[in-house]
Design a protein around this ligand. Structure first.
Ligand SMILES: *Cc1c(COP(=O)(O)O)cnc(C)c1O
Length: 383
């Protein structure tokens, strides 16, 4: 699905030197590169504060703790997401509430979101799924109307941006109260291990976030609240400092791959190509299509036979996961979400794909879908 080796080889000298510097100075924890990277990312995102942490899941947890959410408070997220978005809601004793996604963008559906709001609702977590910003204008308007916090789960959308109705272009994750991201190796800005960060334009919130991520202390050995220990390793920060300079190129490379696939698959009766909202710069963390009229799992199996990896992001909606069985949400009606979990498939996409690979994947995918569609039509005609 990704080729991190090829990407590394292109920046090997710079990365190797950055790692060596950290080792030579033995500043493994909170070395100067951590602050340097946070500052560089602030400039890149044009946000006031970037607070690095250990991973994207921690970032979400820290965000909810810094906002002072209390057990029983309701947090609304899309059910169609990576489990980390909602797992932390459960971990903190908050109540997960799920809303539908838009059938075109696969991101949070504002109408469904508003329908789920109760007096207990405290926060909303839109997810910039696959690298495309959710409908932030509508979501922010709803948040303002009901006085709710907005945490943007930007683990998949770093490098992307969104142009609001006010005409201002903002980086994904810098629109709500807090943005969270992940530097997991395969993410658009990935390090060589685990890493994450939070962003905010709010000074007081930034201070709270720093405190939560550092054992609830502002001053060493003075613990004002229960926090956690969540840091970005200096080594990872040093690598990220090198890679951040290439992020725009990486995003452009991903978009080129997506647009190549789009052009091959467009107008196909069984393949719904990704929809790009005109005001969102989609950075294609995943290239995901929706299949109609063919069995998705058979397509996946036949791709495998051709040596082509594919993935299902995500096969089970969050509200039907056993971890939330206590909330008894298994019977919720979620038509769009259910359809997507049964019909989406993601093809390989990364920054170093070569033309022959793209052709091989696209041609085989097309012929497999065609073959299965014909079989299905023939079977139907025989009945
Ligand atoms: C990857 C991811 C996370 C979690 O990030 P980790 O660094 O793996 O903890 C959270 N939300 C979404 C949508 C993700 O894709």
């Amino acid at each position: 699905m990704v080729d991190l080796k090829r990407q590394y080889l292109k920046i090997k000298d710079e990365v190797d030197q950055a790692i060596q510097t950290v080792i030579d100075t033995t500043a493994f924890i909170n070395g100067p590169q951590v602050k340097q990277f946070a500052n560089a990312l602030e400039t890149y995102l044009q946000v006031k504060h970037v607070i690095p942490c250990a991973n994207g899941t921690d970032a979400l947890q820290i965000a909810m703790m810094a906002l002072g959410l209390k057990p029983g408070d309701e947090v609304i997220t899309p059910s169609f997401t990576y489990i980390a978005t909602v797992e932390v809601v459960g971990l903190l004793g908050l109540k997960p509430v799920f809303c539908e996604v838009d059938p075109k963008t696969f991101t949070m559906d504002p109408a469904s979101l508003e329908a789920m709001i109760t007096p207990q609702t405290k926060a909303i977590v839109p997810v910039h799924l696959y690298g495309q910003a959710a409908n932030m204008d509508a979501i922010m308007a709803i948040a303002k109307k009901h006085q709710l916090f907005v945490i943007e789960d930007n683990a998949q959308g770093i490098g992307g941006y969104y142009t609001g109705q006010d005409g201002i272009r903002r980086a994904n994750g810098t629109i709500g109260d807090i943005g969270s991201t992940s530097f997991f190796p395969s993410k658009n800005l990935g390090c060589y291990g685990d890493g994450g960060a939070l962003y905010t334009n709010d000074d007081a919130l930034a201070e709270k976030i720093r405190m939560v991520a550092n054992h609830g202390q502002r001053q060493k050995y003075v613990h004002e609240m229960v926090g956690c220990n969540s840091r970005l390793d200096t080594m990872q920060a040093a690598i990220l400092l090198v890679k951040l300079k290439h992020l725009d190129t990486y995003c452009a490379a991903r978009r080129a791959v997506a647009h190549f696939y789009n052009q091959v698959f467009s107008d196909h009766p069984n393949i719904e190509i990704p929809y790009e909202a005109s005001n969102a710069y989609h950075v294609y963390h995943q290239y995901t299509v929706k299949l109609n009229g063919v069995n998705r799992d058979q397509v996946k199996k036949k791709l495998e036979e051709k040596g082509i990896p594919s993935m299902i992001y995500y096969p089970i909606p969050a509200h039907r996961q056993k971890m939330f069985e206590a909330f008894d949400m298994g019977n919720l009606e979620m038509k769009n979400t259910d359809e997507l979990t049964a019909q989406v498939i993601s093809l390989p996409i990364h920054t170093e794909m070569q033309e022959d690979e793209l052709n091989y994947i696209a041609e085989n995918f097309l012929s497999i879908v065609n073959e299965l569609a014909v079989q299905k039509t023939e079977a139907a005609l025989n009945v």
